[in-house]
Ligand binder design. Structure first.
Ligand code: DGL
Length: 278
């Protein structure tokens, strides 16, 4: 059985793993969440590249035959450095997200020319303009919006309890209003951060209250699809087959298990602590 390495700065990449397991069940998955060095989204390109490369090499040492960079920030700022440093194929999240936005534009009544994509992402991702470049190369107009408060709100689980949810909805309202101010005709919303798929129901509610319907693109699902299509070995569907899952975290295993289960939608059994330095 082949091994797929999945890397994220923390728990958010488990949303990508969740989709991967669904599409490619006959694989062994080794996931690394670099929780000790999270958040990447507020750090410099050099630091992000250094952290991401050491994390990626760790997964190669654990037998990964293919690596999925499930972190938007690491993909946006360091995918070329990671590819240059590794002997295995590396798939990031920006290209699949772009492809999904392109597919949505083609299928919409506006078509590619009239589509305007708003990308919500971390500060580092928006500063890199990796999404704008990629979307522009695909012929799509885009506006990037940094949303630095969303990762902590998701990490703290401020999604359900009414008073907490109200705060998250208000933060989303401000970010979406600011994004839409720059792009009043935008019709596609690309979730350019691993944590944001968990906010999808709240984003839908916010867009309704703003009377601004948009098609929401989740790069987690698009990335899993891209991995399935690019897989250098055949997928063998076996009824009832459960993939082998092994998790590593660079900080508290207890926290990883507790928060991670809501990202993965199932309990995380085997989590090991690893020290990758600072
Ligand atoms: N994984 C990061 C991303 O997708 C979000 C968390 C962080 O800032 O490290 O951009």
């Amino acid at each position: 059985m082949k091994t797929i390495g999945v890397f994220d700065s923390g728990f958010g990449g488990l949303t990508v793993l969740r989709e991967l397991i669904r599409l490619i069940p006959d694989a062994r998955y080794v996931y690394l969440g670099d929780t000790a060095r999270l958040p990447y989204g507020s750090k410099s390109r050099e630091t992000i590249a250094r952290y991401a490369i050491s994390s990626a090499k760790f997964l190669v040492d654990r037998g990964a035959d293919l690596l999925v960079i499930a972190c938007n920030t690491a993909t946006a700022l360091a995918i070329d450095d990671i590819r240059a440093a590794l002997p295995i194929p590396v798939i990031g999240v920006v290209e699949p997200g772009t492809q999904a936005a392109l597919d949505a534009a083609k299928a919409s009544s506006r078509g590619i020319e009239e589509t305007h994509v708003v990308v919500l992402a971390t500060a580092a991702t928006t500063q890199s303009q990796a999404y704008s470049r990629s979307l522009s190369a695909a012929g799509l107009l885009s506006t990037e919006k940094a949303c630095p408060l969303l990762v902590p709100l998701v990490e703290e689980g401020w999604l359900e309890q009414p008073a907490q949810k109200a705060v998250t909805l208000e933060v989303l309202r401000v970010y979406l209003l600011e994004g839409l101010e720059k792009a009043p005709n935008a019709n596609v919303l690309l979730l350019g951060c691993t944590h944001y798929p968990l906010l999808k129901p709240l984003i839908e509610t916010t867009l309704k209250t703003l009377h601004h319907p948009m098609q929401i693109i989740d790069s987690a699902a698009a990335t899993a699809q891209a991995v399935a299509e690019a897989l250098p070995w055949p997928i063998v569907p076996v009824e009832g087959l459960q993939p082998e899952l092994l998790f590593y975290a660079t900080d508290s295993i207890e926290k990883f298990q507790r928060l991670g289960s809501s990202f993965l939608n199932q309990p995380l059994a085997q989590v090991r602590l690893v020290d990758l330095g600072g």
